[in-house]
Design a protein around this ligand. Structure first.
Ligand code: FMN
Length: 189
């Protein structure tokens, strides 16, 4: 595993400044788990969600809803559903992304994963940090906290805020371990 593919990618992709800016934007996103206490304005929250709703979904079903969490009690309840959800405690904002599984029975999880990444990237574009917190092992507990009907599955929840840490990139697998040509296990690189 490489510590970071960042410099490697920059070298390989060099030449096109604009293109590099977009790619560097993707490469500079990190999961952020420590946040400044500064609140996030409703205008900024709406800007993020307004962009995120352009995420692709199967048959353009858009089976997602966004639940914006600012209430401390609700935030703390969600932060306690499992030990890795604790970043929500010190985040000024939480967003739960729930999907109507009746609208997209086969694809609701991938649709909601797509929109979750759009939320994270839109937040990153506005200088905010976020971390995706696992929900799928705690579905009924989260549904209860949020009064969600049974057909709305919380596929992700995000802790969001202005970053108060600068984590180094998490390691990634080498490209040649995960990239094949034409058939499984036939090397491309
Ligand atoms: C489906 C999913 C579930 C995750 N669950 C948690 C979680 O419960 N708590 C947490 O702190 N991070 C969680 N993460 C964040 C990952 O740990 C993180 O994305 C990974 O270590 C790579 O780091 P990076 O996002 O900084 O590149 C989750 C990420 C995904 C995509």
């Amino acid at each position: 595993m490489e510590g970071s593919s960042f410099s490697w990618s920059s070298r390989r992709l060099g030449g096109f400044k604009l293109e590099n800016e977009y790619l560097n934007f993707l490469l500079t996103r990190r999961s952020i788990r420590k946040f400044k206490p500064d609140p996030i304005s409703k205008e900024v929250i709406l800007k993020i969600l307004d962009v995120a709703r352009y995420a692709p979904s199967a048959r353009n079903a858009q089976p997602w809803i966004f639940i914006v969490i600012t209430d401390e009690k609700v935030k703390n309840e969600l932060a306690s559903v499992h030990s890795w959800a604790s970043p929500l405690k010190n985040a000024p904002l939480g967003i739960v992304i729930a999907c109507n599984k009746d609208l997209s029975p086969h694809s609701y999880q991938v649709d909601c994963a797509n929109v979750t990444m759009y939320v994270m990237l839109a937040a990153h574009a506005l200088g905010l940090g976020s971390v995706w917190l696992q929900t799928l092992r705690n579905v009924s507990e989260i549904q209860k906290i949020l009064n969600l009907p049974e057909n709305y599955v919380p596929v992700s929840m995000l802790a969001i805020g202005y970053p108060d840490e600068k984590p180094t990139p998490r390691p990634r697998k080498n490209l040649n371990e995960i990239t094949f040509k034409d058939r499984f296990n036939e090397p491309f690189i």
